[in-house]
Ligand binder design. Structure first.
Ligand SMILES: Nc1ncnc2c1ncn2[C@@H]1O[C@H](COP(=O)(O)OP(=O)(O)OP(=O)(O)O)[C@@H](O)[C@H]1O
Length: 208
C-alpha cells in the first residue's frame, strides 16, 4: 500500500505539490495525466523514495518498487544482458535463476537478439524496451512508469502497455503510469488521476 497524506513539496520558491492525498492499493492500476510541469514525475519520485516531502507523509509498504523513467538509464559499459543481470543480482534473485529470468524477459520485449549488444548500439525504442524488461524481471509489486513508452512507435506502445498490464494482473502488482496520451492508458489502468495546481484534481474511471 502507498499512502500519501497532505503532502507538500517545493523546489526553492516554486510549490510543486500542495496537499496531495493518494492511496495506491495492491492490484490497482492508475494513470496520471496533467500539464507539463504539474509535478507528475515528482509524485512518482516521492513514491519511489527518491525524494522526501517537505511536509505530510508518504508511506510505501510495497516490498519491490521499480520506477521506469522516460529515458532508459542503462549502464553504457555493460551489455544489455548484463544490465538485467546486475539489477536481478541487486534485487536478490538467486544466482541460479538469473540467466533464465533475464532471457525470458528479453524475449518478452523482443530483444533476444540484442542480448549481447551495448546500450549505445540500440535504437531509442530498443533501449527503452531493455529498461522495461529490467524493471519487470524484478517482478515488482509496485511498478511506477514515467512515460516509458514515449520513444516508441504506436504498435510497440500498445504491445508494451499490454505487457505491463498483463504482468500486473498476473502478479497482483500495483501500477502507476504517467502519460501525455490518455488513449495510451486505455486498457492499461482502471482510473486516471489529473494532477494540476499541485493537487490531484480529478479521479476518473478509465474506459477501455
Ligand atoms: N530536482 C529539481 N530541482 C528543481 N526543480 C525541479 C526539480 N525537479 C522538478 N522540478 C520542477 O518541478 C516542477 C514539476 O516537475 P515534474 O517533472 O514533476 O513535472 P511533470 O508534471 O512530470 O512534467 P512533464 O509532463 O513535463 O514531464 C517543474 O517546474 C520542474 O522544473
Amino acid at each position: 500500500m502507498l499512502e500519501m497524506r497532505d503532502l507538500h513539496l517545493s523546489f526553492g520558491p516554486r510549490t510543486v505539490l500542495d496537499g496531495i492525498h493518494l492511496d495506491v492499493r495492491p492490484g490497482e492500476r492508475i494513470g496520471v495525466i496533467g500539464p507539463s510541469g504539474a509535478g507528475k514525475s515528482t509524485l512518482l519520485r516521492l513514491a519511489a523514495g527518491l525524494l522526501r516531502p517537505d511536509s505530510g507523509t508518504c508511506r510505501n509498504s510495497f516490498l519491490r518498487t521499480r520506477l521506469v523513467f522516460q529515458d532508459p538509464r542503462l549502464l553504457p559499459w555493460r551489455s544489455v544482458a548484463a544490465n538485467l543481470d546486475i539489477a536481478l543480482r541487486a534485487g536478490g534473485v538467486p544466482a541460479g535463476e538469473i540467466a533464465a529470468r533475464r532471457d525470458r524477459w528479453l524475449a518478452r520485449v523482443g530483444l533476444s537478439d540484442a542480448a549481447h549488444a551495448w546500450p549505445g548500439e540500440l535504437s531509442g525504442g530498443m533501449a527503452q524496451r531493455a529498461a522495461l524488461a529490467r524493471a519487470l524481471a524484478l517482478e515488482p509489486d509496485l511498478l511506477l512508469l514515467d512515460e516509458p513508452f514515449s520513444a516508441l512507435d504506436p504498435a510497440m506502445r500498445a504491445d508494451l502497455g499490454k505487457l505491463c498490464a498483463d504482468q500486473a494482473r498476473a502478479t497482483g502488482a500495483a501500477l502507476v503510469c504517467i502519460s501525455h496520451q490518455p488513449w495510451e492508458l486505455a486498457g492499461l489502468v482502471d482510473r486516471i488521476l489529473h494532477v494540476a495546481g499541485g493537487q490531484v484534481r480529478v479521479q476518473a474511471a478509465a474506459h477501455a
